[in-house]
Design a protein around this ligand. Structure first.
Ligand SMILES: *[C@@H]1O[C@H](CO)[C@@H](O)[C@H](O)[C@H]1NC(C)=O
Ligand SMILES: *[C@@H]1O[C@H](CO)[C@@H](O)[C@H](O)[C@H]1NC(C)=O
Ligand SMILES: *[C@@H]1O[C@H](CO)[C@@H](O)[C@H](O)[C@H]1NC(C)=O
Length: 371
């Protein structure tokens, strides 16, 4: 049986009298992050299924009798609530991680931060926790929603000509054009703040700025990709399929993605304007390439960490005083995994808490090392 807050319970019992017809109600308290600890936000669970509400569940390691009593994403395992495998919650309780992912429902929150607020950095992530376009230093990330990055990733699954533009922190740029239409958008939500007009009338929108945009909404990378797609269609129509066709990838702000393949079939790291950053590998090793070290060193001149020749962070780094330590794929301090229990699926709670303590102490020194 699920324990529900008294207030909500009262509302749902009188439900049939309160709202016989589906009137539009003003839902109060309608934000997932407004729930306090041990409460979980669930959409459409109160006021006749029209509003969301905070529901109380048993949390990590609390005693339980059945799966329903545990928070979404947790199961009742030998009388205690434990995270389900391969969920955000499992990673959250992983004692070998030096950072704690933020989970919403059973998924990863759009914004994930590493390090500490003063010096750390935040990234946009998809619902599975995979890093996507958009980042910001933590101290300036209060308005970072990653709403645009998430939306673009979603649209790209069905269309290859998505031209929404996200800003560097994954929010919406104010001028948006997609699918032949343009409008002004609110930065965090992406909701239109103007009329939606045909692309030809873009310059009449109040958010259009000639200095910033010029006469062309599409940025160089996007224009090239669309031009290439047209050529490819032409070639196919004439029976030619060129397997060595240059394959450009653009970021969700319309600039060049960090990893590109050059004319010599090498995978290389490039900056937003397609200029080389001096890191490369063979094309068949491209899948293991992140270019994150190469990009971070250009973006944040304070970062002095060593990169591999393919632009990834070198796992082993050396402090000024000669002590060696390890960093993760984003350049943040991580534990030596040989000191970690192999956390594949179910880790026993005792090991977790035992190493959990060491984790906490080492985290304090982390940030000093990195920035
Ligand atoms: C966040 O948004 C608020 C309200 O628009 C604004 O006052 C504030 O300066 C913004 N913060 C940052 C870091 O941009
Ligand atoms: C247009 O963009 C430029 C460059 O960012 C800026 O200096 C200028 O104030 C903007 N103009 C308007 C009308 O917002
Ligand atoms: C180097 O500095 C780190 C962090 O300040 C410290 O933990 C470590 O013990 C130092 N190593 C030596 C050899 O002094």
């Amino acid at each position: 049986m699920v324990v529900i807050t008294l207030e909500i319970f009262a509302v749902s019992t009188v439900c049939t009298q309160v709202c016989p017809d589906s009137e539009v109600l003003n839902c109060y308290n309608d934000e997932y992050d407004s729930c306090s600890d041990s409460y979980v936000w669930q959409e459409q669970t109160s006021v006749c299924g029209m509003c969301g509400a905070c529901h109380q569940y048993k949390g990590f390691d609390e005693l339980c009798n059945s799966d329903d009593e545990c928070q979404p994403g947790y199961k009742c395992d030998s009388g205690m609530c434990k995270p389900e495998s391969d969920t955000c919650y499992e990673e959250k309780h992983d004692s070998c991680l030096q950072w704690t992912p933020v989970c919403v429902g059973e998924e990863y929150a759009p914004r994930q931060c590493k390090g500490v607020r003063a010096q750390g950095r935040c990234y946009c992530a998809d619902t599975k926790g995979v890093r996507i376009f958009g980042e910001q230093v933590w101290s300036k990330a209060e308005n970072m929603t990653c709403g645009c990055s998430r939306r673009v990733e979603e649209l790209k699954k069905t269309r290859n000509d998505v031209s929404l533009h996200c800003n560097e922190q994954g929010n919406y740029e104010t001028l948006q054009c997609d699918d032949g239409l343009c409008w002004c958008a609110e930065e965090k939500s992406g909701l239109p703040t103007s009329r939606i007009v045909p692309e030809g009338m873009m310059t009449m929108l109040y958010c259009y700025n000639e200095t910033e945009v010029g006469s062309q909404y599409l940025r160089i990378c996007e224009s090239q990709v669309i031009a290439q797609a047209k050529i490819e269609i032409e070639m196919e129509a004439h029976g030619t399929i060129n397997p060595n066709f240059p394959y450009l990838i653009c970021d969700s702000d319309g600039t060049y993605s960090a990893i590109q393949v050059n004319d010599y079939n090498q995978a290389v790291c490039v900056w937003k304007d397609n200029s080389q950053l001096g890191y490369a590998t063979e094309q068949n090793l491209k899948a293991g390439m992140t270019c994150r070290c190469a990009l971070d060193r250009k973006r944040y001149p304070d970062i002095q960490l060593k990169c591999q020749s393919n632009g990834n962070y070198m796992e082993s780094q050396t402090m000024g005083n000669g002590t060696d330590y390890l960093v993760d794929e984003d350049g943040f301090y991580k534990l030596d995994t040989s000191a970690c229990p192999t956390t594949t699926t179910t880790t026993s709670s005792t090991t977790t808490t035992a190493t959990g303590t060491t984790t906490a102490t080492t985290t304090a020194t982390t940030t000093v090392l990195i920035v």
